[in-house]
Ligand binder design. Structure first.
Ligand SMILES: CSCCC(=O)C(=O)COP(=O)(O)O
Ligand SMILES: [Zn+2]
Length: 205
């Protein structure tokens, strides 16, 4: 049994769009099939109203297996999804969204990681510790997306992250998980933590 993951991706995208995290065609979602290929949102589609044929199926090496529609193109950020699936074979879904809060917090650190507050919600990213000391890796945003993907491959192959998430500065968050539902949860948890950080900075405690 190999259910088509596109319906889960459509539902997640609609939810994220309504939350303001995938407006103006921003973001891309993918999910892997049992043969190792993955369905990814086609480029420049409105994420609030995706249809079954607004996807492209590609191999982990980037070969297009199914365009669904001749005018479809794979997401401009497919190389990042390829990097994640290559690095983490257990990953079955990879979600990327753009939120205002992710962009704000990514601009507050000059270095390559953002420390996360020791919130209970950090357990939602798989860290079951009291007062966890965790940071989210931060990558620079380059016009050439394969350059971002290459930085992710280089860094994570040398030193895997503690949490299944990364931030691209002034761009957005990317998470990966063993199912589309868990990837959705991870996005929600990451965005909750970013909102918290913004609220703290604004003095909304
Ligand atoms: C207005 S979004 C700019 C491109 C981007 O960062 C993104 O996430 C969406 O790109 P895609 O090709 O997947 O539509
Ligand atoms: Zn993006």
């Amino acid at each position: 049994m190999n259910p088509d993951p596109r319906f889960a991706l459509i539902a997640s995208a609609r939810q994220f769009y309504q939350l303001g995290w995938m407006v103006g065609t921003a973001g891309n979602l993918s999910a892997k099939m049992s043969d190792g290929s993955f369905w990814i949102t086609a480029s420049r589609k409105s994420k609030g109203q995706l249809q079954e044929d607004d996807f492209v199926r590609v191999t982990v090496d980037g070969e297009v297996l199914d365009l669904c529609h001749p005018s479809n193109r794979p997401s401009a950020e497919t190389s990042i999804h390829q990097a994640i699936y290559s690095l983490f074979p257990e990953a079955k879904a990879c979600y990327h969204v753009h939120s205002v809060e992710a962009n704000l917090v990514s601009s507050w650190v000059a270095g390559d990681s953002l420390p996360l507050p020791p919130l209970e919600m950090v357990k939602g990213l798989g860290v079951w510790e009291e007062n966890p000391e965790v940071a989210i890796p931060v990558f620079e945003n380059y016009l050439e997306v394969p350059r971002i993907a290459s930085a992710i491959r280089d860094r994570f192959s040398a030193s895997p992250p503690r949490i299944p998430a990364l931030l691209i500065r002034h761009h957005g968050v990317t998470v990966w998980a063993d199912s589309p539902q868990t990837a959705q949860n991870y996005v929600e948890v990451a965005e909750y933590i970013f909102r918290y950080l913004v609220a703290v900075r604004q003095g909304d405690r």
